[in-house]
Design a protein around this ligand. Sequence first.
Ligand code: SAH
Ligand code: SF4
Ligand code: F3S
Length: 464
Amino acid sequence: MSLDISNELECIEKVKKINEGKNLKYLILTMGCQLNENDSEKLCGMIEKMGYSKTENLEEADLVVFNTCCVRENAEDKLFGKLGEVKKVKEKRGTIIAIGGCMMQEKHIVDKLKQSYPFFDIVFGTHTLHQFPSDLYTKLIENKRIEDILDIDGEIIEGLPIKRNDNIKASVTIMNGCNNFCTYCIVPYVRGRERSRNPEDILKEVTELANQGYKEITLLGQNVNSYLRSGNTDFNSNVKSFADLLREVNKIEGIERIRFVSPHPKDFTDDVIEAIRDCDKVCKIIHLPLQSGSSNVLKTMNRKYTKEQYLELVKKMKERIPNIVFSTDIIVGFPGETEEDFEDTLDVVEKVHFEQVYMFIYSRRVGTPGDRMENQIPEEIKHERFDRLKALVESQIEENNKKYVGTKQKVLVEGFSKTNSNILTGRTDSNKVVNFDGNEELIGNVVELEIVSEHMWYLKGKII
Ligand code: SAH
Ligand code: SF4
Ligand code: F3S
């Protein structure tokens, strides 16, 4: 059973009444990952039902909502920088400032806000997102500052309104939280333990999306292949695992593509590999976060696999799933990383030949074991390694792009290019951006293109 949200739905109606006829506007700043973006879509759903319409222009915003991230340090700099700007607008027009998301689950950050940015109106955490309507209502009625943060894991919430960013591709969160405690990572502390959604609720949501014309679904979770393996798993459903879920989503008519992020290499069981192979709609690009290629570093990171096991998994998947390719996340400069360890990372990158690598410089996070380790790597070494990894990745992408030229690719057309409104843009199954000439009616369809040329971050195609 999911939590009863009738009080929140009532508050939505009450705020809507208060706001009636005022033509109010809101601006939302989403600072994190795809889960954070999906949370923002829920916030937008609630906020728009309360009578606010969306603006990108801070000067005219009556409500500003920050949906924060804290996975790396730059997220904090971004929030504090922006708050200064928003303060000025508040002084002019009484804008309500609400700050939510992962960073608000960190006590030292909320303390800093109270100390140095006391002009905010509402803070809320990851476990209380659904209470935004009652928080806003209380703020409007009592005009006092609201702190709505819980340290215990929030329950699964179903039935919140949602306003999606796109009408072709949609994200569906299948689980909250993480149990892995990688030693560099703050996520388990701010998102709590793993809780899986009822598979029937997920399938209902995807079916509704298909009926609304959505073509691509991304299933989201911090560790999607441990879906239904921990927490409450007592659901009345035939779906008993992540592999089952993939097979059921694959049956939903109208959906053409299924993606998922992120799986954990340690949990990549054979049933998931077989489901990927068997399900025609599951894209044959798998995001498989490596983090480091060194078994020593992986051990101190608490990743629970070695370099050899990772490479073995890739090999097994390549053998069993025709044309499978990979993308990954890599951290450079984790405490204790030696030159030799770093070379192991380069070695795995060379061997796997990833389609895409998201590269990060290790960032110390308060409260994590990594932050307490003594052998931190000097900044200049971290940067030097980052640059070397980047050069290798870019040379591989260039090489890889060349292989596309002359091939036929199925491309899901997403719309007109942001930089040139005469050109259509879409993505291949392997998530490569392809630009091409074509007319508006193609938007939302999968078309077959021949790739005619390659550029660093996109390919050019023509309709066959
Ligand atoms: N649950 C997912 C994603 C976690 S956050 C997973 O396990 O893959 C996304 C990425 O941010 C991680 O994969 C990691 O590469 C990076 N990251 C997390 N904590 C970090 C830190 N302290 N410093 C630098 N990068 C970090
Ligand atoms: Fe962080 Fe590791 Fe959990 Fe991913 S699996 S969210 S990197 S602790
Ligand atoms: Fe995502 Fe950042 Fe939170 S990566 S889970 S928004 S800390």
